[in-house]
Design a protein around this ligand. Sequence first.
Ligand code: BGC
Length: 737
Amino acid sequence: MGKKNLTIMVLCLSCIVQVAAQTKPIPVYLDDSQDIEIRINDALSRMTLEEKIAMIHAQSNFSTPGVPRLGIPEIMMTDGPHGVNKELEWNGWGSAGWTNDASTAFPAMTCLAATFNPDLALSYGKAIGEEARYRKKDMLLGPALNIYRTPANGRNFEYMGEDPFLISKIVPAYVKGVQENGVAACIKHFALNNQETWRGHIDVDVSDRALYEIYLPGFKAGVIEGKAWAVMGSYNKYKGQYCTHNKKLIMDILKGEWGFDGVLVSDWGSTHNTDEAAQNGLDIEMGTFTDGLTTGEKFSFDRYFLAQPYYKKILSGQLPMSSLDDKVKRILRLNYRTNMNRNRPFGKFVCDEHSAVAREIAEQGVVLLKNNNNFFPVIKGKFKKIVVIGENASRKLCTGGGSSNVKVSKEITPLEGLIEKYGKDVVFYTMGYGSGPTSYGMVSSSPYNADSLKREALALAKDADVILYFGGLNKNFNQDCESGDRLSYDLPFGQNELIEELLKVNKNTGIILISGNAVAMPWLNKVPALMQSWYLGSESGKAMANVISGEVNPSGRLPFSIPRRWEDNGAMSFGKISYPGDSIHEIYKEDIFVGYRWYDMKKKPALFPFGYGLSYTAFSVGKLSSDKKFYSSNDTINVYVNVSNIGHMDGAYVVQIYASQKNPSLPRPVKELKGFQKVFLKQKENRIVNIAIPVKDLAYYNDKLHKWIVDCDRFTLSCASSSASVLSSIFVNINNN
Ligand code: BGC
C-alpha cells in the first residue's frame, strides 16, 4: 500500500470513530425494539408536571397536545360512528372550510345491527378506520352502543338495538376493524345514556342485574374481546355521580373488573369536577366550556377541570401524582398503539372499495316486514308507471342528526337509485309531504305548502301501476337526532293522513320507512307491503333500488321490537318516573325486561318482534338438535339445524337460538338470544348450521353475590325465526357448575 493510500485510510477510520462518538443512543421511549410498557415508563420519567397536565385535556375541539419537546405527537380525534366528520374549527363547532374532507357515509349502526352479520361489522370498522387514518386521525369516536330502551330516544339510530347479545357480537368486530389501522375506536357512551332528554344531568337508578345483564355487555365485549383502546364517558349521572367520573362504572367495573388499559375520554362537556375526574379514572377531558356547561362560544382549555385547577391541587399536595401518572401512561400507551406505531398502514379514502362495503351493509340491513301477494320485488320492465312519493326518497339523509352528521363525498338518494334502475320514463316523483331543514337543538319550520304537496301526490297516484312511498323520520330535532328525544310515536309531517288518502286512490302502495326507530303504523292492515329501511349512507339509493327490484334479496332482521303503541314498551309503561324521569332522577322500572324480554313477560306481542324479517324466497328449517344432553359449566353446547332454501331465489336466513331456564333462582326473561348465524343459500341449497353456545353464556348476574352464575338446571334452547316465533326446541341439562 502506498503512503498516500495509507493516509486516506487512517483519515477515514478516524472519521468513523468521531461519528460513532457523536451518535447518541436512541432514547428508550423512541426505541421500537423495546417493550411498550418500558417505553411508556421512560417517556413518563422525562416529562415535567406541566407537560403531563397538558396531555390530559383538550388543546382544540378535537385534539389533545402531545409533548412537543420529546416529539410525542398530538392525538387527533374525529366523530364517528357513521363516517369520518369534516374538519372543524380549531376552537369551535363551525366547519374549517376544507375542501378535501368529504368522506364515505356508511349505514347507521341500526342498519349494521340489522344485518345480523358480524363479518360486515369487521368490514365496516376496517373501512371507516382506513378513512380516519387517511385523514390523519388517531381516534374515531365510535361505535355507539347504548341500549334501545325506549322508542323515544332521539339517538337510537346511532345505536344497535335492544339486545345485549347481538350488540356484543357486532361491537368487537367493528372495533378490531378500526384498530387494524392504528386508529383507536372509542366505544360510547359509557354508560346508561339511553335518552337525550336531560342527558346532561339525569341520575339513573337501575338495578345491578339490569346494569350487568342489559346495559354493560356491549361495552364489556368491546373492551375484552374487541380490545378497544378508548371508551367515552357519558353525560348522565349514575348513583348521584356523573358517569364520566363515576367510581363504580370506571374504577370498579371498567378498569377494575374488565382490566381496561386504554383511555377514558369524556363526552364533550361531560366533566364537572376536578377531584372526581382526577381520582375516578377520567384520562382525557374534552369539550368543556369555561363555565363547565355544555354550551358556550369558545373553549378555554386552561380552565378545564383537568387543567389549571388540577395542576394547582397537585402542586399543593391536595391530589396525588400517582393518578396523574396513570392517566399519562394510558395516553402514552395510546400513542404507541396509534401515532407512534411506525408500522401502521396509511389508510384509504373515498374509494370504490368503501362504497362497496357501505352498499353491502345497506343491502343486508333492510328488513322486509310485510309482503302480501309478492308486492316486492318490483320487477324491472313489469310496470309503465312507478310513482315514488315521499320526502325521504329525495332528501339527503346523511346530513343532520347531531355529531354523527357526515359531510359526504356522494349520497345517492333512493329516487336517484330508482331512476337509474327503472329509467326516467317509468319513475315519476312527487314529495307528498315536506319538512324543514335540519337544525341542531331546534325545529326549523317547513318551507312547503302541505296541502298542495298532498294534492299533487294524490293526482299522480291515481293511475300509477305501483306506488313506492318513502317516509319515516329524518335527522331533524325531535326525530332521529342528538340532544332531543321524540315527542310522539306517530310519523311526523302529516304522513299518516297522507298514507291513508293515498290508499284511497290507489291500494297498490308499498311503504318504505327510513328511520332509526320504531313508529306507529295505523295504516298497516291496509297496505300490501312494508319495508323498514335505515339511514343507509352514501350508497343508500343503489342499495334500496337493488332490494326493491329483487337484485338483492332482503335479509335484515329487526334489531329492536316495534310495539303497537309506545305505552306498550317496558320503560314507557311505568310513566314519567321511568321515562324520562322527573328531571333529576329516573328509575329503570322495567329492570332486566327490556325489548322482547318485556313483551314476552307481559304476553303482549309487539307489532313486529325483535329478530323479525322476511325474504323473497322461502326457507324450510329442520328440527333443532344438540351434541349432548348434559353439560357442565366449562362446556360448549353445539346445536345443529338444517336450513333449506325451497323458494325461487338465492337468499339468506338468520338462524336464531334463544335460551330459557326452567327453575331460575331469580326471575329471568322467558327467553334470551344466545346464538345466531346468517346463512346464505342458493335456490334448492340446504345446509346444516352449527351454532356453538358456551354454557357460561347461560349465566345470569346474581346481584347479591356480585357474580355471574349458571344454575344446575334444565334449559330450553329454541330455534326461532324471531323473538316471537319459535320453530323447534330441545332441552339440555347443566349438571355441574
Ligand atoms: C356526543 C358524542 C360526540 C361528541 C363530539 C357529543 O355531544 O354525545 O357522541 O362524539 O359530542 O362531537
